[in-house]
Write a protein that binds this ligand. Structure first.
Ligand code: SF4
Length: 297
């Protein structure tokens, strides 16, 4: 059972000294992926290198969010020595972010804890990026009616997409230049797009972070931005990073400029934080980001 495995794997002997005394703790295997701090910001904080428990959960709601973080943690670095039952939170994923968007949790270490999502469309559900394989999640997805497709922005965050595709008979969509991560993907995007995938749903070519990186734009509202664009806590605004730009920074800037031509109010990234703002303000933020990016060249 995944939950027992989680509880066992966080090692109390490796408990970080910064943890506040109490049942929940983070051990030294933490890779600082930010997942727990997003899910339970009152409980987890950042030390610079790790997350740690800054305050033990004070009520049922905080305990529930902490257990969600325990399940979502990609490295099983969160543990509890109390009698809290992680099974309480097993059915919480997919976790609702918006009427049509859900966070899937169960992050994969191979994807450095990348976020993955479920998108509701009229005909069913699409998975965006992939979580690690988890039977509780599989059961929930079956109960919700399964998956129609799996959109993969690029090669880094594919996790167990192949297993989910097989389980649900879902097609994986990825660009040809990213294909080495999923060589048997069912739908391969060629060239520079854009590519219509469903009604109101379009893949957009956003190379830069990687050579064939694509983003998914849905109903002029949602932008699943992979590792191209995210909300940055350090900038307190939209962000991108030259340090993790593996292909070409000027190309990433060009791809960012392309996004000025489309409207969206949600940024749903692979790494960094998801973020909502009005369309007009999102555009202003994007313009500011592009000016900042050009200064990093
Ligand atoms: S979710 Fe796990 S790996 Fe990520 S920051 Fe929290 S403890 Fe560390």
């Amino acid at each position: 059972m995944a939950v027992l495995e989680n509880s066992l794997m966080a090692n109390p002997k490796k408990r970080l000294p910064q943890n506040k005394p109490g049942d929940f703790f983070v051990d030294e295997t933490c890779i600082d992926c930010d997942t727990c701090r997003i899910l339970a910001p009152k409980v987890f904080a950042e030390s610079g290198e790790y997350s740690y428990v800054q305050a033990q959960p004070r009520d049922l709601q905080e305990t529930r969010r902490t257990l969600q973080a325990l399940l979502a943690c990609p490295t099983h670095s969160i543990g509890t020595e109390g009698d809290q039952k992680a099974t309480l939170a097993l059915g919480d994923f997919p976790l609702k972010l918006d009427e049509r968007i859900f966070y899937l949790g169960y992050a994969a270490e191979a994807s450095f804890g990348a976020r993955s999502y479920l998108l509701k469309i009229a005909e069913g559900y699409w998975m965006i990026e992939s979580p690690r394989w988890n039977l509780s999640l599989v059961k929930s997805l079956h109960a919700w009616g399964g998956l129609k497709g799996i959109f993969l922005s690029h090669q880094d965050d594919v996790a167990d997409a192949d297993r989910y595709a097989r389980e649900f008979g879902a097609k994986r969509v990825i660009h040809q230049l990213e294909l080495k991560a999923q060589p048997d993907a069912e739908e391969v995007l060629q060239g520079k797009g854009p590519w219509p995938l469903e009604k109101g749903m379009e893949a957009i070519f956003t190379p830069g972070h990687s050579a064939g990186h694509c983003s998914l734009w849905v109903d002029k509202t949602y932008l699943f931005s992979g590792d191209h664009l995210w909300y940055s806590r350090s900038r307190q605004d939209l962000g991108a990073s030259k340090e993790v730009c593996w292909y070409d920074w000027p190309t990433q800037i060009e791809s960012m400029e392309k996004l000025l031509n489309i409207d969206f109010e949600w940024v749903l990234p692979g790494h960094g934080r998801w973020f909502y703002d009005e369309k007009i303000k999102m555009k202003e933020r994007l313009q500011k980001l592009i000016i900042w990016m050009k200064k990093q060249v």
